[in-house]
Design a binder for this molecule. Sequence first.
Ligand code: HEC
Ligand code: HEC
Length: 321
Amino acid sequence: MAVQGVALVPLVFVVVAATGCCLAASSAIAMDRIPIRTISPADDVSPVKADLGRRLFTDRRFSDAGDVACVDCHDPMQGGADGRPTFRGTGGAVGDVNTPTVYNAAYNLAQGWIGRAETLRDQIDDHLADPRVFGTDWDALLDRLGGDPAIDGAFVAAYGNGPTRATATDALETYLRSLVTTGSPFDRFLGGDPTAISEDARAGYALFRAYGCAACHQGANLGGNLYQVLGVIRDYFADRSHDPAPADLGRYDMTGDARDRHLFRVPGLRRAASTAPYFHDGSIATLEEAIQVMAVYQLGRHLDGDQIRQIAAFLRSLEPD
Ligand code: HEC
Ligand code: HEC
């Protein structure tokens, strides 16, 4: 495989062009040293608490109107997302961003496209109060849950008392921490079985490292641990067909720091193959298009059909069996 021997990428290019960037390198990095690792399950997940969390995750009493549960946006059958360009919340409210997957979220340095929530519990609190998501508050929610003997009994079994804000949050958080996509073909490949993934996927993995995708999408979750600009090499927003929106500002929206314009958390890619459409704006319909957009706007490179197919095969090998 020709690309296998290409150990260095022009990472300088990326580092210089990206603002607010967290890459450690000041010069080119040997790509093989950029860690892409096997993902392992959280070791302290209580099955009773995770089960209760799973139950809460599907409970529509989370919304005042009783019309939306976590699972409506983060559906395990849709890779932990919703398959829509942007989310739909209580009362049919239309969201401004695409729904990210909840799988492997525990590995993120912060939650949401711009890291607005520092922790999983902050993300839950944000969602509860957000009028476009649940539009409720803890007192109202606990009133609704506390009146249900089945739910009350499940809380007593897991925590020794009925639902409180602390125990409901803990149960949901435990469930979220249990959502780790271990056991993918790619993990078996990393574990030493070269036949676990197809030849295309192996070639795609080599391209992913050689071209510098792995400079941003790295670690156990192939992302989630850095903030990077969308449009490092070329202006994604100028080329896009629809008008700029506040959500395009990226972390600038939170920090007000001009260097954070268009800065987004690099998403983990382990469920990317099943969570179309893509990007914070949900404007890219297919995995193949997303790969080309990344190559052009982040790396200044135009991929041919074979290269795209191979990288797509690699990304598909990250999906759990
Ligand atoms: C109406 C749709 C909707 C519902 C309902 C919803 N979410 Fe979300 N979720 C989103 C969106 C959109 C984001 C991204 C938010 C952002 O970027 O700030 C998100 C982000 C997250 C994240 C962070 C994922 C990541 O990669 O950044 C977690 C974890 C999460 N939600 C858990 C939950 C839980 C738990 C519930 C139920 C208590 C829930 N969500 C209900 C739409 C929803
Ligand atoms: C300079 C950093 C950087 C590089 C290099 C990079 N990416 Fe990304 N990638 C990002 C960021 C940031 C996002 C999120 C952008 C957004 O949503 O607005 C992203 C999003 C994606 C997505 C969409 C994920 C989703 O859930 O919507 C895919 C797929 C992806 N990248 C694949 C790749 C591939 C393949 C390469 C190499 C050809 C690559 N990336 C190179 C930073 C990078």
